[in-house]
Design a binder for this molecule. Structure first.
Ligand code: MG
Length: 248
């Protein structure tokens, strides 16, 4: 069932969202060649402490870290560890904060040093696809309008949207209904209503959309080894245009 939040609840989610945005902004500054992915996890932990918030992902269905770090052909749910980031890699950072009973959830993809023109294009298109989805997420639209906006933006630029993982409702629980697929048809799905809080998160690949699961049972990779990017914001549906909660 879709959860409609009161304006007070949205106000708390705004605080949680700002914490997520602040942590991601700090992490972006830490991404450089030679850093280990687990160092990014440590930075996220120390930043969270400053805000008195908790990591949404740690322990979620057994996830072992505070931050998802997914490199190159890894799409989502990468586990930070001893891997070193190299010049030319692209790294996706997905982070959730739990604050005063509510979650905020967002992701960015960052180039490590200089990246290839194709990697840069993938990054730019994925972030713009998220913005296209947000623009379509106005009160009275159908959820399928949002999915279709994301899919069309990506596919007309020659990339693919991942189909096996989706955006979602978010609030008291990290993952609430409805699912927000990155593909779909305009006019389908539930109507968007004021007070719905959703995490939109296009996961985009340079090749085929099919995925495979790593031996660690968490990390999702492109089946064909192609590059992937991921951007996410938590938004609140309002009377006019949606409010992006995971912004500073
Ligand atoms: Mg999410």
């Amino acid at each position: 069932m879709t959860v409609i939040k009161s304006s007070q609840e949205v106000a708390i989610m705004r605080q949680a969202g700002k914490i997520v945005a602040a942590v991601l902004q700090r992490l972006r500054q830490e991404v450089k060649p030679g850093i280990k992915t687990r160092q990014l996890d440590s930075v996220a932990v120390s930043e969270l402490k400053r805000f008195g918030a908790k990591a949404s992902f740690k322990g979620y269905q057994g996830f072992p870290a505070h931050l998802c770090v997914s490199v190159n052909d890894e799409i989502v749910h990468g586990i930070p560890g001893e891997r070193l980031l190299n010049e030319g890699d692209m790294v996706s950072l997905d982070f959730g904060a739990f604050f005063k009973g509510f979650h905020g959830d967002a992701a960015i993809t960052v180039g490590v040093g200089r990246i290839s023109p194709q990697a840069q294009e993938l990054l730019t298109v994925t972030e713009a696809a998220l913005m296209a989805g947000i623009k379509a997420a106005h009160c009275g639209a159908h959820l399928g309008d949002v999915s279709a906006a994301i899919q069309n933006y990506v596919e007309t630029r020659g990339f693919s949207v991942v189909r096996e993982y989706s955006g979602h409702g978010v609030g008291r629980d990290l993952h609430e209904d409805p699912l927000v697929p990155n593909f779909g048809l305009r006019g389908e799905g539930p109507l968007l209503q004021k007070g719905m809080t959703l995490a939109l998160e296009p996961m985009v690949t340079a090749g085929d959309w099919r995925t495979r699961l790593d031996e660690n049972r968490w990390t999702v990779l492109t089946a064909d080894g192609s590059l992937s990017a991921h951007f996410e914001h938590t938004i609140a549906i309002s009377d006019t245009k949606p409010e992006v909660l995971t912004l500073l």
